[in-house]
Write a protein that binds this ligand. Structure first.
Ligand code: GLU
Length: 446
C-alpha cells in the first residue's frame, strides 16, 4: 500500500446526487489506482440538518456502487479535538472572539456594498478591549470565533487547475466556531485532514476559496496542507448548470429508473476529460483507466441521454450470472436462455421482466395481416420450439401466403408480442409456448 490517503466527506443532510457521487468516485478511483487508502468521513456537525437516514442512504449508495472504503470517522465524535484546535489557534493569536449579531454583520455588509467596497469582514472585533468584551459577555452575548488570515498570497499547484493563487485580503476571516459552540466545517475539516493523515484533497471547484483559507489554517496548526485538486462542476448537456431535476436527482432514483452502478462509474470517471467513455461493468478496468491529470478545468457535461446509452451498452454485455439474483427478484424465469434471448434488446435489466410478462402472461395480439398469421398458426411445426424451427416455419408461411420481408415477419411479431419492436422472436417461441403461440396467431387474447 502506498502512503496516499484521500477521503470522501459527505454531509448527511441530503441524498447523494450525481455531483457528489462524482467527487466520491474520483477519490475512490484515485486511491485505488495508487494503491492508497480511501476514507469515508461523515461531516455531521450540522446537527439540525444531519439525519441517520441520510447517512444510511449515502452508505447504501456507496455500497451499491461497489466503492468500499478502508476506514471511516465522523466529525460528531471529534468535537473535543476541534475545541482543542481552537484553543491552539487562540494561543498563537490566530483565532479571535467576535460579538456581532447576524443582523449587525448584515448591516455592515450592506454599507460596504453601497459604498462600492467588497463585503469583507472589517475585523472590528480585533480592536475590542477586554472591558468591551466583558461588557458583551455581561449582556449575555457569547462570542463566535474567527480565524485571522494572514494578509499574504496563498498559492498552490492544483492537480486539476494548475497554478492557483489568492490574495487573502479579498477574503473575510472565516468563522471557525459559532456562538453556540458548534464548529464550522472550515476548521473541522482541516483538523480531521491533519489527524487522519490525508495526503490529497480532491473535491469540487466550489471549494477553491475555502482551500485558500484552509491552507493557512493547516499551517497555523503546524501542518502542511495536503495536495489539492478541484474538479470542475457538472453542467447539463447544454453547458448550463445541471437542471433542477438532474441536480437534485438522487442516486437512489437513478437506480430505481434502471441505471447500473457501472454505467454511472463508467461515465462519471470520464466526463470532464478528453478521453472517451468506455462502458464497462468491470470496476478494475475503470480504476486502471483513471488518471486525475486528464481532468480539465472546463465544466463537465453530464448528459442523461449519454448515461442511458452507456447503461444499455453495459446491460447488453452482462452475463447471466451477474444478473441472475436480480432476475429472480423481478420474477423473471427462463434462466440463462431467456436472458440471452432478450439481453441485446434491453436498456435496463428490469426490462427483462416486461418481456417475461409478454411471453408468459396473456396479451392481446395485434393482427395486421390475418392471412399471414392464420397460415403461421396452421404451419407451426410439431415438436419442440427451439430457435431452429424459425427458418423452416417462416419459409413455409412465405410459400403459402406469398408474404416476405416485413410483410411476413411483422405480422408474426405483432401477433405474438403485441409490439412492433423487441428481441428476436425465434428464441422467445419456447417461452411463449405452443398453445399461446397458436391462440395469439388466431387473434385470441392468450
Ligand atoms: N462536507 C463537505 C462537503 O460536502 C466536504 C468538503 C470537503 O471535501 O472538504 O462539501
Amino acid at each position: 500500500m502506498s502512503d496516499i490517503k484521500v477521503r470522501f466527506a459527505p454531509s448527511p443532510t441530503g441524498n447523494l446526487h450525481v455531483g457528489n457521487l462524482r467527487t466520491a468516485l474520483v477519490n475512490y478511483l484515485f486511491a485505488r489506482a495508487a494503491g492508497g487508502v480511501f476514507m469515508l468521513r461523515i461531516d455531521d456537525t450540522d446537527t439540525e440538518r444531519s439525519t441517520p437516514e441520510f447517512e444510511a442512504s449515502i452508505r447504501a449508495d456507496l455500497d451499491w456502487m461497489g466503492m468500499s472504503w478502508d476506514t471511516e470517522d465522523r466529525q460528531s465524535a471529534r468535537l473535543d479535538r476541534y475545541d482543542e484546535a481552537l484553543r491552539q489557534l487562540e494561543a498563537i493569536g490566530r483565532a479571535y472572539p467576535c460579538f456581532e449579531t447576524p443582523e449587525e454583520l448584515a448591516l455592515k455588509r450592506k454599507a460596504q456594498l453601497s459604498a462600492g467596497r467588497p463585503p469583507v469582514y472589517d475585523r472590528a472585533a480585533l480592536k475590542l478591549t477586554d472591558e468591551q468584551k466583558q461588557a458583551f459577555q455581561a449582556e449575555g452575548r457569547r462570542p463566535h470565533w474567527r480565524f485571522r488570515l494572514e494578509d499574504t498570497e496563498v498559492a498552490w499547484t492544483d492537480m486539476v487547475r494548475g497554478d492557483v493563487s489568492y490574495h487573502m485580503s479579498s477574503l473575510s476571516d472565516p468563522v471557525l466556531m459559532r456562538e453556540d459552540g458548534r464548529v464550522i466545517y472550515t476548521m473541522a475539516s482541516v483538523v480531521d485532514d491533519i489527524d487522519h493523515g490525508i495526503t490529497h484533497i480532491i473535491r469540487g471547484e466550489d471549494h477553491v476559496t475555502n482551500s485558500a483559507a484552509q491552507i493557512q489554517l493547516f499551517e497555523a496548526l503546524g501542518a502542511t496542507a495536503p495536495v489539492m485538486g478541484h474538479v470542475a462542476l457538472l453542467a447539463g448537456a447544454d453547458g448550463e448548470g445541471l437542471s433542477k431535476r438532474l441536480g437534485s436527482l438522487s442516486i437512489g432514483q437513478l437506480r430505481d429508473e434502471g441505471t447500473e452502478a457501472s454505467a454511472l462509474a463508467s461515465l462519471l470517471a470520464r466526463i470532464g476529460t478528453a478521453d472517451p467513455v468506455v462502458p464497462t461493468a468491470d470496476m478494475a478496468a475503470i480504476i486502471g483507466g483513471f488518471d486525475l491529470s486528464r481532468f480539465g478545468r472546463a465544466t463537465a457535461k453530464f448528459d442523461p441521454a449519454e448515461l442511458a446509452q452507456v447503461n444499455a451498452r453495459i446491460v447488453q454485455q452482462l452475463d447471466f450470472d451477474a444478473v441472475s439474483p436480480r432476475l429472480s427478484d423481478l420474477g423473471v424465469g427462463g434462466d440463462a436462455d431467456f436472458w440471452m434471448a432478450v439481453r441485446d434488446n434491453l436498456s435496463s435489466v428490469a426490462e427483462a421482466a416486461d418481456w417475461w410478462q409478454v411471453c408468459t402472461t396473456p396479451i392481446t395480439p395485434v393482427i395486421e395481416a390475418a392471412d399471414v398469421t392464420t397460415a403461421a398458426a396452421g404451419l407451426l411445426p410439431d415438436g419442440d420450439l427451439s430457435s431452429d424451427i424459425w427458418g423452416s416455419w417462416t419459409k413455409a408461411v412465405a410459400a403459402e401466403t406469398g408474404a416476405k420481408g416485413r410483410g411476413l415477419f411483422m405480422p408474426i411479431r405483432l401477433a405474438l408480442t403485441g409490439r412492433e419492436k423487441g428481441p428476436e422472436i425465434a428464441p422467445l417461441l419456447a417461452f411463449i409456448g405452443r398453445e399461446r403461440i397458436i391462440a395469439r396467431l388466431r387473434g385470441e387474447t392468450a
